[in-house]
Design a binder for this molecule. Structure first.
Ligand code: PMP
Length: 428
């Protein structure tokens, strides 16, 4: 593979954009080398500026559940564009997508659309604070809820990849209201709740974590959080930005039969356009302006192009009875193939998988929280990443990320991927 044009484009970008990128993980800092500049994508493949083709396991970090340039989404956006790109007035399509989302997701009456996952989580926390009249929140080390101030405390994803899980610029005042717990450790959460009686507005969690690699909750963990929240009048917020409309049509609430009080969405819900959303029962959502006192707004929120993409996406997911089964089968096939290839070559690894999320850690122990995720061998990961890239397989450029399996992947693509893993494993 040649990356000459990407290299030249990266050089030019660095002159005018900090680090050459508009979101840090794209810069490949954790793995070294030149970031690939995308030119186009279709189905399971992304094509770069040098004309290389990659089987894509990032899929725009999640949105492309049904593949790149998915025709119903593209057609919907093209048609909508001809009618004007933004009005700042209510539109019929906002109600249409809201009705569909509310019908698919358990336990919500109303949903508000915003422009990113960050905005969704930030607004959910404000709503929880306004509703409970309390200030503190509990988050989990290694979970990422976007880049708003309250969440850049032991954050996962790019924040940890870049060694700044606690970002400068977040004031001490803000940081002191964010309490940190260990993922999958209910006793730890109980201790925090006991020590901060009547002060905690919300516990926010990725109900399946995807920002320290993929880490599913252990049995009883989410149920335990639900009971703890009920006992102490704390709101439970599920950040389903990654998992929503992906792990089940109704997200983790449906998959694991645990109700959240507020749910955050992003990624899939926008079909690849900038969309986020948060949702809850009427009792909570009616606290939002203009009905209630908690303020939240957006010039481009509910943008018609974004809603058209999201609606086409949700309709396709809703209408496809076998989608989740197919996705899970493909992910399992990939898991088993990679495990065999790594075993054959005596590589130490842990693969975590649930539904269409999977990640490979070069770690000896089970990866169940941030500390165990951090024990993975980063040098091995780097070699693995570049080996995959040079063989035309594009995985996330950091071990603290999940791979996103798309329905567009064929079994031939999966076999090609497994063959690449086998080839690389010999050299690790
Ligand atoms: N929450 C989760 C669980 C995420 O994975 C992300 C982004 N990866 C966000 C929130 C933030 O979303 P965005 O990047 O759209 O602001």
């Amino acid at each position: 593979m040649l990356y000459q044009r990407s290299s030249a484009l990266f050089k030019a970008a660095q002159e005018v954009i900090p680090g050459g990128v508009n979101s840090p993980v794209r810069a490949f800092n954790a793995v070294g080398g030149t970031p690939i500049f995308a030119k186009s994508a279709k189905g399971a493949y992304v094509y770069d500026e040098d004309g290389n083709r990659f089987i894509d396991y990032i899929n725009s970090w999640g949105p492309m559940l049904l593949g790149h340039a998915f025709p119903p989404v593209v057609d919907a956006v093209v048609e909508k564009t001809k009618q004007g790109t933004s009005f700042g007035m209510p539109t019929a399509i906002e109600t249409e997508i809201a009705e569909l989302a509310v019908s698919m997701v358990p336990n919500i009456d109303k949903i508000r659309f915003v422009n990113s996952g960050t905005e969704a989580c930030m607004s959910a926390i404000r709503l929880a604070r306004g509703y409970t009249k309390r200030d503190k929140i509990i988050k989990f080390s290694g979970c990422y809820h976007g880049h708003s101030d309250s969440f850049l405390i032991a954050a996962g994803s790019g924040a940890v990849t870049f060694g700044t899980p606690n970002s400068p610029g977040v004031t001490e005042g803000t940081a002191k209201d964010t309490l940190l717990a260990r993922y999958n450790d209910l006793d730890n959460v109980k201790t925090l709740v006991e020590g901060n009686k009547d002060e905690i507005a919300a516990i926010i969690i990725e109900p399946v974590a995807g920002n320290m690699g993929c880490i599913p909750p252990v049995d009883g963990f989410l149920e335990g959080l639900r009971a703890l929240c009920d006992a102490h009048n704390i709101l439970l917020i599920f950040d389903e930005v990654m998992t929503g409309f992906r792990l089940a049509k109704g997200g983790v609430q449906e998959l694991m039969q645990v109700d959240a009080d507020i749910v955050c969405f992003g990624k899939v819900v926008g079909g690849g356009l900038p969309v986020g959303a948060f949702a809850a029962r009427n009792e909570i959502m009616n606290h939002l302006a203009p009905l209630g006192p908690v303020y939240q707004a957006g010039t481009l929120s509910g943008n018609p192009l974004a809603m058209a993409a999201g609606l086409a996406m949700l309709k396709s997911i809703h209408a496809d009875a076998d989608l989740m089964t197919r996705l899970e089968a493909k992910t399992k096939y990939l898991h088993e193939g990679m495990a065999q290839a790594l075993d054959k070559n005596n590589i130490t690894y842990t693969i975590n998988r649930i539904g269409s999320m999977i990640s490979v850690h070069f770690a000896e122990t089970a990866v169940t929280d941030f500390d165990t995720a951090a024990e993975g061998n980063n040098e091995t990961f780097k070699a693995f990443f570049h080996g995959m890239l040079d063989r035309g397989i594009y995985i996330a450029p950091s071990a603290f990320e999940t791979w996103f399996i798309t329905d567009a992947l064929s079994y031939e693509d999966l076999n090609e991927t497994i063959a690449a893993v086998e080839d690389i494993a010999k050299t690790l």
